[in-house]
Design a protein around this ligand. Sequence first.
Ligand code: PEP
Ligand code: MG
Length: 890
Amino acid sequence: MSQDEKWVYLFREGNATMRDLLGGKGANLAEMTNIGLPVPPGFTITTEACNVYSATGQLPDGLWEQLLAALKDIEQNMGQRFGERTNPLLFSVRSGAKFSMPGMMDTILNLGLNEETLQGVIAATNNPRFAYDSYRRFIMMFSDVVLAEGRAELEKEAFEEILEEVKHKHGVEIDSDLSAEGMKEVADGFLAHFHQHYGEHFPSDPMDQLRLSILAVFRSWNNPRATIYRNKERIAHDLGTAVNVQSMVFGNMGDDCGTGVAFTRDPATGEKHVFGEFLRNAQGEDVVAGVRTPQSIDQLAQEFPAIYQQFEEVCSRLEGHYREMQDIEFTIQNQRLFILQCRSGKRTGQAAVKVAVDMVGEGLITRNEGINRVPPSQLEQLLHPRLVKPAGLRPIATGLNAGPGGAVGHVAMDSAAAIRMQQEGKQVILVRKITNPDDLGGMLAAKGVLTSEGGRTSHAALVARQYGIPTICGCKDIRVDDANRQFLVAGTAVKEGDVISIDGTTGEVYLEELKTEPVAVTGDFAKFMEWADAARKLGVRANADTPEQAAEAVRLGAEGIGLCRTEHMFLGSDRVELVRDMILAEDETARQAALDRLLPMQREDFVGIFRAMDGRPVTVRLIDPPLHEFLPHAEHVRDELRRLQVEHSSPESVQAQIKLLAKVEELHEENPMLGLRGCRLSIVMPGIVNMQVAAIIGAASELAKAGEEVHPEIMIPLVGHVNELTFLKGQLEDVAQKTMEAEGAQVDYQFGTMIEIPRAALTAAEIAAQASFFSFGTNDLTQMTYGISRDDAGSFLPIYIEKGIFKQDPTESIDRTGVGRLMKICVDDARAVSPNLKVGICGEHGGDPASVQFCHEIGLNYVSCSPLRVPVARLAAAQAALGSTGPADK
Ligand code: PEP
Ligand code: MG
């Protein structure tokens, strides 16, 4: 850092490429200024200044001097002076990080007002009502955002109450009907309230106000809701926010003024038309914070046709310039249009796909750019279920369709309740009066959101859309009654905990508990996925354990099964008893008898899965978990034994329980994850895997004989030493050959192994000589490389992320430097001896876009993930092949 470093950029000094330094908003304000759009002049303080402030608690040296110079430049440009009594210049102060974080940080408007400059505004505008209105807004915002820190008792509600009292006294219902006198009373009331609470005067020096606001915006980078948002979005915590200081224009100066927010395309559906909201005689925060329910942008077309036309031109100009859908904030001051912000518009997964497909069709972007425009994780939203509506069903209420998809759940009346109910395992619909950025935690815990007020462009609606949370806003038919933790609709009270269904696609609310159904892959979505498939090099398979899951996987585009966890087939109620008999058997004959009864069941399972996969490869993993997982917990067995004894049950049942307890205790291990499981169990107790291989090859023979194509890949888990694999393979080859002979069939099968133990990765050359394929089990590989227990990491990983010790959770996204390095060594060493070795991944990371990118880079053949993430992986693989690191705007 040096004295000469540039901390402050006038808008005309920046451009759209400077997002790191100026934040997204600052870079776009600069770009719009430079292409000649009507942007009120201003300057941006850099993200680096924020980082200096976060580290030292001080503004960097030299910043203030640069700020004063920028201020002077703007004063000359505007012909107004900041802090001067005659025709004073006022500013807005807004945050703006590299990636937009709607509503997460702070904004202050009308900065520079005090008793003196107020008189200047009155004189200049000849509009005292407007001046006092601006003043009272400023006092409230400044108190709330800048001064309230650490003094929680001065809340927004207190100001709202003062406003309500004055309105009541003057007999008016809506804010804009309050006279100049009324507004003055409100402003005086606010100041008095402030003084009374804090025992100090509201800061009147405009320079003090400016400095305090800048510091508050810097601090807001680390407020809890911004932190939650960054964690969710995987935005680094060390980027910092820029601060944009911009000359004020006013949407609340009278009836020829207004403000609004609009998207160049519909952010819910992607349809190509200007979509947005507008409020006459109001300031931006009224729309964005969802405090007043705005009118549709069509109203602007009717009330200010010339301005609407100009605005449409700005929209198409910005779309053409950025070649991307834009989200634009505008203000009209005395019939003059100003653009305050543009950014690439947040949209639902459905809209993202439609906009990309349309823009390719319009020739605005190339097909490959189109593929890169859709964040892979958003595709999951497209597959979100839809409500099944029986004929004659009537909604009880209708609101604005703010986020598409159907959701069914228990009503929660605030965020805390939503989070609590979700932790209890319930599906939740969050019902609020207005959507507010503080509700982020509750919204993320909810399956759906319903609000009685607020518009489609409120911050929370944006967030809901982005996360694919079905949302209805501004539902006037319901009345939220927070005091009684219920809402009222058509004379009915719906209490917290009651179940409702909401359709975010149509805006309809139902009191019934409806069913949901999955969405089909058709139309634009299907076309988009075809493009992605043509671009990708990686194969995409699914993890599926049943014929139903296999069919779902194929529907979503899986090219095979990468992991069938056979132990899941043991867990059905009819099976687990047999498995227990097998475990408790006193001799080999009894054990074999139990296995013989399991064999036809397993075989039938495989026939179903092979049929569903219709000739695609199916990787079947032999039994993996330790045996105790199939037995009840020791505590439970002891309780049962006590009960049997107390109730004097038959000696046989007591005896059986004693035997069960003895077995449970015998199988107890201190570290079962590192114990008798995977191939170790199969070596010690060969009967189970022999039965499984007989079932797999038997099922495959059945299909082969019927002329159906089938390619089983038998996978041996948890190999750490090549001899484990050689030993088991020898034994199982024998079973396979014998089964084929008995069936009179020939099956194209392979034996391969999972790579889950660091030693296996490091001795890949030896192991590759014995295997037809490898599949990375990155759940175990991460667990063992890091020494982090998969089952217990929840107690510290979130804290690691919060404290920045880990940038990401390694159980979610591959740790490239550690686990990834092992994978790369493994692939390179294995292919050196077996160049065509097929290598895949079947740990949870297989559906994580960043991990898919990594798998592409190290040359895997395929990734395998849960069926619903198959489209996500297909797109991530395409983006990896196109060399993209994903859409620039998060
Ligand atoms: C793995 O370890 O990554 C894996 C796929 O196996 P499991 O999750 O069943 O242990
Ligand atoms: Mg594993």
